[in-house]
Design a protein. Structure first.
Length: 434
């Protein structure tokens, strides 16, 4: 199936899906802003810091860090209007007694954080951008993520029954035929991903290293100094200090041990998905704790990477000798989404591929398999099945995608009409005439 072209056709209006990315709590937002009330919706207020934080996050997400002043003013107005819509929808969600399970909130929160970190480049750069540690960003995002999910539920209930007729799709296309963009070059790829697991040898090395460090701590060494020297966590430069955290701020394994410690007590070796921790409880304030830790990561060593790379080279040789790529993908690939289909990826624009993939497909022709290459996910083999040239969007070839966007636009119009009707029953300041 062709990758959706909604992103190509989407208008410049900021949708609810984007707004929910930055509906954060107002606590701790941009400290250089002196807070003031931007708007009142019923008995709810919207603060200047909310809007500033929202604008910053949207600019980060979109990749446009330094917009012109007039565009920034326009964006600020759209963000404020979106917050007004948010307040109306949240009130409606409570009125309809809608609720979102914590596990769904946690999963969406992690997804959004990963997206922001990927966009800006690293956790440290994200912390620098917002001027606060990741745990605080995460805590401030949690309620916003919950609200965003409630908003989506409320909106979906309102527009779910709206359908679109064939003639409406045709009219939609012809009304915009002159403005239809061209589809960029696309490719159809097949993919085998080989995971680089930590070998028993590498894991034992990490466990031995953690045990030696723990022995140093038991001998009375200064925790800060040892963390600075040995910890592999970004907090090492600060002695491993994480500041005050609440429950659910950190990984479960860490918290289960940390909340049981007494002030000044040092834990044993604690495993999590990040590696091996040695934790010290510094202070407890009610349900908040202040800890510091030393982290030894459980990472594949160079020999582990070489072992999997050799496996990939052998698979490529077998494919060159005539074995079926799809059958080998089913057997060896750890990509659970594509392996059952023989590693077949959806049709995708070349420009949307990760840079490593773009570099490799430049080296091969249709039907060929590229040399194995590494990313943070593991070792990859890709086959270029077909390269599709740039072309104009058409009804005959892109009906499904055009139909999707025509339906989206119709539902959006109905939704905006519904929001306008709700506004009539609420006190909103400033009014449109202010």
């Amino acid at each position: 199936m062709e990758k959706s072209i909604l992103s190509i056709l989407r208008t410049t209006v900021i949708s609810l899906a984007i707004i929910t990315l930055f509906v954060f709590s107002s606590k701790g937002t941009a400290q250089e802003v002196i807070d003031s009330i931007c708007a009142i919706v019923g008995d709810e207020i919207i603060l200047e810091s909310d809007v500033v934080y929202g604008v910053h996050t949207y600019l980060l997400e979109s990749g446009e860090r330094f917009p012109a002043e007039e565009l920034l003013t326009e964006l600020r107005g759209k963000v404020l209007e979106a917050y007004i819509t948010q307040k109306i929808l949240i009130a409606k969600a409570f009125e309809d007694t809608l609720n979102v399970e914590n596990r769904i909130v946690n999963k969406e929160l992690e997804r959004k954080l990963e997206g922001l970190i990927a966009q800006i480049g690293s956790k440290e750069k994200l912390e620098e951008y917002f001027g606060r540690p990741l745990r605080q960003i995460k805590r401030e995002m949690r309620q916003g993520v919950r609200d965003g999910l409630l908003m989506e539920m409320t909106k979906n209930r309102q527009v779910a029954g709206i359908q679109i007729r064939r003639q409406e799709v045709i009219d939609f296309y012809h009304d915009r035929s002159e403005d239809m963009p061209k589809l960029p070059e696309r490719v159809i790829l097949s993919h085998i991903l080989l995971e680089v697991n930590t070998s028993e040898e590498a894991q034992q090395q990490a466990e031995d290293r953690a045990a030696r460090i723990h022995d140093i701590m038991k001998s009375g060494a200064d925790f800060d100094s040892v963390a600075i020297e040995y910890s592999e966590d970004p907090s090492a430069s600060d002695g491993g200090r994480l500041g005050f955290t609440e429950r659910n701020d950190l990984v479960t394994e860490y918290e289960e041990v940390a909340f049981q410690l007494q002030p000044g007590e040092i834990s044993g070796i604690v495993g999590s998905r990040y590696g091996l921790h040695i934790i010290k409880l510094l202070e407890r304030q009610g349900e908040k704790i202040s800890t510091q830790h030393i982290l030894i990561r459980l990472s594949p060593n160079e020999a582990d990477w070489e072992r999997i790379l050799s496996q990939a080279v052998e698979l490529r040789r077998r494919i060159d000798d005539g074995e079926n790529f799809a059958e080998l993908a089913v057997q060896y690939s750890v990509d659970s989404e594509t392996a059952p289909d023989g590693g077949l990826l959806e049709q995708i624009a070349t420009q949307d591929l990760p840079q490593e993939f773009q570099n490799m497909i430049e080296t091969i022709a249709e039907g060929e398999v590229a040399e194995p290459f590494e990313t943070t996910f593991g070792v990859h083999l890709i086959k270029l099945n077909e390269r599709l040239p740039v072309r104009t969007i058409s009804l005959s070839e892109d009906w499904q995608n055009i139909e999707q966007f025509a339906l989206f636009e119709k539902r959006e119009r109905k939704f905006q009409d519904w929001i306008a009707s709700l506004k009539k029953d609420l006190y909103i300041w400033p009014t449109q005439t202010d």
